[in-house]
Write a new protein. Structure first.
Length: 269
């Protein structure tokens, strides 16, 4: 059968021009409505961009002139940030394995226990990381400890959520053999489930390690240690040349970690 015959037999793709136009119009109208203070929307003063653009241009010009002599002072805080990111990811990796297996339906048939674990994880995920850092700094003091604890909570919430949902959406025929052999749920999880989901765990652990470096730089602004404290200090003194060096260093470290994690991911996943 020729291509011409196939073209004659295949029906034309239906077009929903009116429906698409209405959807786009509704989205635009809703967006505009959210920017109208008269009806409770967000007040966006776009005119301030035109009035104060010179301030932004001046700051960008200062950031474009990094003070490279300041770079040696950033080494120790950056190492602290990397240590926080690694320790947070490692502790979260240990905690996420049992919590994930308890949160997934296939690996935890007990509905009350599963709902309880998922509720706790959802509550943990609902609180922003800066809120955790601010509270923990007030509780345990300024330094790396509140930053590490914040990263652990942040990472556990992400890993448990994503991996447990991936387990629930997968086929679990391999677990039937364990049940047929009379194995307990714990034995089935250890022998059959964990080897199957290990690549998922590895992928998410590498992902949160990447996130930790970015987040650690922000957590330091509220006193949770790392390069963020130095960044906030230099910004407070309007030393934008030093701030530029810190930003460039964070960018380089994040890119290097992402490249390394992608290489590891190809080998492990």
């Amino acid at each position: 059968m020729t291509a011409v015959d196939l073209a004659g037999r295949v029906p034309a793709r239906p077009r929903h021009v009116v429906r698409t136009a209405l959807a786009v119009a509704g989205l635009v109208a809703f967006t505009v409505a959210t920017c109208l203070p008269a009806i409770g929307g967000v007040e966006l003063d776009l005119g301030s961009i035109a009035r104060y653009w010179r301030n932004g241009a001046d700051k960008l010009a200062e950031l474009a002139q990094p003070n490279l002599a300041f770079a040696p002072r950033t080494v120790a805080p950056m190492l602290e940030t990397l240590q926080m990111a690694l320790v947070g990811a490692a502790v979260a990796a240990l905690l996420s394995v049992p919590l994930t297996l308890w949160a997934a339906r296939a690996t935890n048939p007990s509905t009350p226990a599963r709902v309880a674990v998922r509720t706790v994880v959802n509550v943990v995920r609902a609180v922003p990381d800066l809120v955790y850092a601010t509270v923990l700094v007030a509780m345990v003091g300024v330094g790396a400890l509140p930053g590490v604890l914040t990263l652990v909570l942040f990472d556990v919430g992400i890993v448990v959520k994503l991996v447990s949902e991936a387990i629930d959406s997968s086929d679990h025929g391999y677990m039937e053999a364990g049940r047929a052999a009379g194995g307990t749920q714990t034995q089935i999880n250890r022998v059959t489930a964990l080897p199957q989901v290990a690549p998922l765990f590895a992928n998410q652990w590498l992902y949160v390690l990447e996130l930790n470096v970015r987040i650690s730089a922000i957590l330091g602004i509220v006193g949770a240690g790392g390069i963020g404290r130095l960044l906030d200090e230099r910004r407070a003194f309007y030393a934008y040349g030093d701030v530029s060096v810190v930003i460039l260093e964070i960018l380089v470290v994040v890119v290097v970690i992402e490249v390394l994690s992608n290489l590891l991911r190809r080998r492990l996943v």
